[in-house]
Each structure stands twice: as C-alpha cells, then as structure tokens.
Design a protein around this ligand. Structure first.
Ligand code: 5AD
Ligand code: SF4
Length: 470
C-alpha cells in the first residue's frame, strides 16, 4: 500500500531516474483469455497514457472490448481538472458497484490523476471497497505487477507514488491510429497556477532527452505517420531542467528536420513563449500555424490571483506578435469564468480581450475549486447563476468569432489530413486543416491518413464543408 501525499507531491527535488522499460517475461501472455475495457477521461496526456496502458495489458494477453459489461478487467483512467470530471468517474464507479455485485470475479481498477488525490483515495478506501486496485500517474510502468497482484490476491491494492515519477523510455505503446501520434516531450508542471491541480497530480517538470524524442519521431516517419503532437503540461518549459541552451524552439526546429509532414504542440504557457519559438514556427512549413495559448482571464488583477505570471497587456503583446510574424496563424485558448474575486468589470475585461483576439477556438470553463490548491482558500462569493450567466455571455462571443473565421475560408483551398469516413453518408470524409479546423468533405477512394486538398464550400460554427480539389 502506497497512498498519495500532497506534501510529497509539492516538492520539486528533481532526483528522478531515467529508465529504459523492460517488461518482466513472466507477465507476457499470462492472461491470454481475459478481456479488458479501458475508459479514458480528460486530456491528451491521459489519452496517450492510455496508449501505453493498452499496450501493457495486451502484452499480458488481455484483449480490448468495447462493452464494459462483458469485461474481466475494467480500468478507469481518470482526470482531476474540474469537479465534473470527478463526477463522471464516480458515476461510472457507481455502475460498476452493481456489476460487481453480480460478478464477483470482475476486477476493477482506477488510475490517472484522481488516483493522486488524497481525498479520492480516502473515499475509495471507505466507500468503494470493491475497487481492486489503484495506481497513479507516476507508476504506469508497474501496471503488470499491480494487475497481477490484484487478480491473485483478493484485497484492495493501492500503489500511488507522490514523488515525481521516473522518466521511462521505451514503454510499449498501442497508438490509436497509424497516421497521427502523440509524443511526450515534457512531463509535469512547476507553474502552480493557483486554481490548478496538475502540478500535484503530475509532479515536477521533467524533460525527455532530445535524442530520445527525435528517435521516436524518426521511427514514426519510417512507419508513415503524417502528424505528431508534442505533448506536455507546459511545452514551453521544455529543456529548462536539462539543457543550458536548448528549448522548445530548438526542439521544434530539429523535429521539423525529420520531415514529418505536420507538427503540433500543446499546451503553451504565455509566460515562457519566446521570440525564438515564434520565429521557428514561422520559418518551417511543417510546423503547423496553430497555437493554443490559454488566456484564463483578461483581467490583470485576476491573472495575478491565478498566479499566471503575465498581464492582460503582456498577453496581448505576445498575441499580436504571433499574428504579425506567423502567416495565417490560428490561435485558440482556454478561459475560466467565476474565479474567486472576479467582478463584472474583471469579466468585461475578459470579453474585451476576446473581442480583440477573435480566437479560432476556445475552451471555456466555470471555475471549479480543487482540493489542496492555493485558490481553494480564496473566498468564492459569486453565485452559481452569475457564473453560468458569464459563461453564456462569453460563449456567445467566442462562437460568433468561430463562425466569422470559418466563413472567411469559404472558397479557399486548404490541406486536410483525412481522419476517416463519415458513418452517415457515402463518399463523405472528415479531417483537419493545418489550423486544426474540422472539415467534412466529399471525395472518392480516400484513405485514412491521406493529405488532400479540399475546396471549402460552406462554414458552420464548429466545422467546415468542402469538396476534394484536384
Ligand atoms: N477550474 C476550471 N477550469 C480549470 N482549468 C484548469 N483548472 C481549472 C479549474 N480548477 C482549465 C484551464 C486550463 C484547462 C486545461 O482547464 O483553463 O487551461
Ligand atoms: Fe495547470 Fe497549465 Fe498552470 Fe500548469 S501551466 S499549473 S498545467 S494551468
């Protein structure tokens, strides 16, 4: 038993190890008739972790199935970012409790960010005793031992390390598809924005070595991949913990030289977005002109309370510089409304920034109080209805600009990476532009992962329509 500990999770000792993964032979194929169901909640980091989890389970012999009712092993890879992510996972655990009453041999596990929370583990030990095992974000590599132990023994196993995890190279991975791939470049986050639980659930910033990243991308290129997304909680911090003079800009330049057709990266913190990064994005055609630049709030007073390390003015300066230097760049954002202390005037400042930036995409949220974060101690005096009203007003404006931006593309020919065929209509495909816009388009005999030219014929708020143009 190893339980999560926030004090430990707050430390930034940087004394982790770099390890090359080796799967103990005794687990290979051990559970070859068993079926598993994995449900993933949350961000791309979690989706990518699930690709490792699936590969490990499959090496143990498990086969993936889509209906959890028939699985021998059910695993939830959870997210902590907001209350509703918690509620979804606990809702699922409620359903699994009933299933487990009928099927005593069913094995249920929980992993991901919620596993790193003291309060969640407390609840699991008291109220969800039927959960067989829990492991955290820092010990995915121990999955075979943990699952094996949970199946053999019949008692709850909790293995959560709060100390930042070791950096594991060469973990098996079962990628979701064969044309676009996630590649981790940095784990963890040291920013400690006051609302955010991530620095506690994902630990300190740990960059992968550039050689390891480039080797992984080279092999993706050889396998015919068209797109990589470089992942990190804050990719702009890449290299700071490892090199004196090699950061995200340098890495992007080196990745660009692998000749992978499309490079994306997420997420960026506006505070450490350098001029060099902007210049490199502008210079190379295979670095997509698509930047996710979370604003969070347009009020400098609220940004300070959020611990964001930039002001409304410095954000706008950065935003304008990107627009000026990177041809046709699309910028998307995240915004939180109803942060403790946000007045109507503060909120209007956010709307003012949104009116200026006219984002290509935006994810908008009501502030959610997270256990153990600094903001959880602030007095939250805004009523729920006021928070909902602000979210609605914000959404009306962001949506107006999505449509306006999309309409500008009607008549243009754009490059689309085909994701698949529409299940509804013959000869209708869908995919994404360089600027990450969803396009539904007519065509014939197009393969998943094919890059095609599409003429845009119509624009909606969240998607475009088009025809393949030859
Ligand atoms: N409440 C609401 N939104 C949050 N986010 C992170 N933490 C919280 C929270 N406590 C949002 C931020 C972040 C995105 C991934 O989720 O906008 O950029
Ligand atoms: Fe959370 Fe992002 Fe801030 Fe890190 S930079 S604390 S992940 S919002």
């Amino acid at each position: 038993m190893n339980l999560p500990n926030y004090k430990e999770a707050r430390k930034r000792e940087k004394n982790y190890k770099r390890i090359s993964y080796i799967l103990d032979k005794k687990y290979i194929g051990k559970y070859s008739e068993k079926k598993y169901f994995l449900k993933t909640y949350g961000c791309q980091m979690n989706e990518h972790d699930s690709e490792n989890i699936k590969a490990l389970l499959e090496k143990m012999g498990f086969i993936e199935i889509e209906e959890y009712e028939h699985a021998d092993l059910i695993l939830l890879n959870t997210c902590s970012i907001r209350e509703n992510a918690h509620n979804k996972a606990f809702g699922m655990l409620g359903r699994l409790k009933h299933l487990k009453e009928k099927r005593k041999d069913l094995i249920v596990g929980l992993c991901g960010c919620m596993a790193q929370e003291e309060g969640v583990i407390d609840q699991i030990m008291k109220k969800y005793k039927f959960v067989n095992f829990v492991f955290g974000t820092h010990n995915i590599n121990h999955l075979p031992e943990i699952v094996d132990k949970a199946i053999i023994k019949n008692k709850q196993e909790i293995e959560v390390f709060s100390k930042e995890g070791d950096l594991i190279e060469n973990m098996p991975v079962r990628r979701a598809n064969s044309y676009k791939a996630y590649v981790n470049i940095i784990y963890g986050c040291d920013k400690f924005c006051t609302y955010c639980i991530v620095p506690f659930t994902r630990g300190g910033e740990r960059s992968r070595r550039k050689e390891d990243i480039l080797k992984e991308i080279d092999s993706l290129v050889k396998d015919g991949y068209q797109e990589v997304t470089l992942l990190g909680q804050n990719v702009n911090a890449y290299g700071k913990d490892l090199y004196d003079d090699y950061g995200l800009g340098d890495l992007l330049e080196d990745v660009s030289k692998t000749n992978i057709p499309r490079i994306r990266f997420t997420t960026s913190h506006p505070w450490d977005f350098t001029d060099k990064m902007i210049d490199i994005i502008a210079k190379y055609d295979n670095i997509m002109p698509s930047i996710h630049l979370p604003l969070q709030s347009g009020s400098s007073k609220i940004l300070k309370l959020m611990g964001r390390r930039y002001t409304k003015e410095s954000y706008l300066e950065l935003f304008n510089k990107m627009k000026e230097k990177i041809p046709n760049v699309a910028i998307s954002t995240d915004i939180i409304v109803g942060f403790p202390g946000e007045t109507e005037e503060d909120f209007l400042e956010t709307l003012e920034v949104v009116e200026h930036c006219k984002y290509d995409n935006a994810f908008t949220f009501i502030y959610s109080k997270r256990e153990n974060t600094a903001a959880a101690k602030l007095k939250d005096e805004i009523s729920q209805s006021e928070k909902e009203n602000r979210l609605q007003r914000l959404n009306n404006i962001v949506n107006k600009y999505f449509l306006e931006k999309n309409k500008k593309l009607v008549g243009c020919t754009v490059e689309v990476l085909t994701e698949g065929k529409s299940p509804k209509k013959e000869n209708l495909y869908y995919g994404y532009t360089k600027t990450n816009k969803l396009v539904n388009f007519d065509g014939q005999n197009i393969k998943e992962g094919e890059l095609v030219s599409v003429k845009i014929t119509d624009a909606k708020t969240w998607s475009l329509d088009g025809k393949v143009f030859k």
